[in-house]
Ligand binder design. Sequence first.
Ligand code: GDP
Length: 365
Amino acid sequence: MEHPENDSKFAGLAVNSGVEQPPSVNPYMKARRRRRLLSAGEYVEGILRGDITILSQAVTLVESHNPEHEAVAQEVIEKCLPHSGNSIRIGITGVPGAGKSTSIDVFGLHVLKQGGKLAVLAIDPSSERSKGSILGDKTRMEKLSVHPDAFIRPSPSAGSLGGVARKTRETIVLCEAAGFDKIFVETVGVGQSETAVHSMVDFFLLIQLAGTGDELQGIKRGIMEMADGIVINKADGDNVDRANLAATQFRNALHLFPLPPSGWAPRVLTYSGYYEIGIAEVWQMIYDYFDFVKKNGYFQEKRRQQELYWMYETINEKLRDNFYQNPAIEEMLAAKQQLVLGNKQSSFVAAHEVLDRYFTLLHSR
Ligand code: GDP
């Protein structure tokens, strides 16, 4: 190619021809075909066979908002239900930095030593805000992520907490049907998500750190009340004394709570996920709990109550969606919002008018 800049009047300037760039689109690549949706029966058959690829695809289906996918997903879940339930489900919570990933990696290897299969799921309703789930990064669990008997699945992408949690719960069903007999459900200990996790697990583990002074600061009483075990992480090096002190303070605080309905008095232990100190003791506590609640019947009772909880949660979620996604209601709400903000109508009257309209719409169908 000729470069006019190379003319002698531009002395001192030399422009070389560039190198021809290859096309940015590979012409040899065939157009990717969309993956065919399997039938519900094919998914179920694959899941029961323990086929991880099909399990993953089915979980993606469960997470989908596409109505066609949802319909197949519901059928798959329904068919997997009779094969589910045979597992121990453990919720793990703690603030970011408490050491959840490090601990789950170590806990996971510990439980897998005795055989079986482990699924690690997560509930992180904030994942859309933080762009890319904080709980989604598989490399956080380095050893588990390459373990042949572990299945790690990040949180379903954001939606309402109820929706995200329901999907995780449905994923538990699929994992159990695929032969996973140990389920960890991880959540960030910062808000409402604990309640959701608590309502889908058998044992709820709260990971804490020894703080500086006021150990109980920032821990919501409600979260402590939910815990079946509190473990103080990072009890290593010169942090051991502080961890022990924190443990004592937690034990004292727990004494003030009434005994939970399980009859199990929550225990407090210290450990180090990073240095793998005290891991067996943490798990002995968890196994003791399962022995205890299986003997006194609470294990089954709690699972039954959880079924009811999720029935109502699902109803609430569907009602809410149906209401807020109705175009006439959306429009009316926008108008009412202005009235309420402008002090022209009370929130109570506005709410009733919108609800009346909704019920009229329902009846006129
Ligand atoms: P997460 O946010 O709760 O998942 O916490 P991580 O597992 O990512 O851990 C947060 C930080 O604490 C990392 O830098 C870890 O290396 C460190 N950490 C985790 N467990 C321990 C432990 O037992 N002892 C010490 N000293 N550090 C730890």
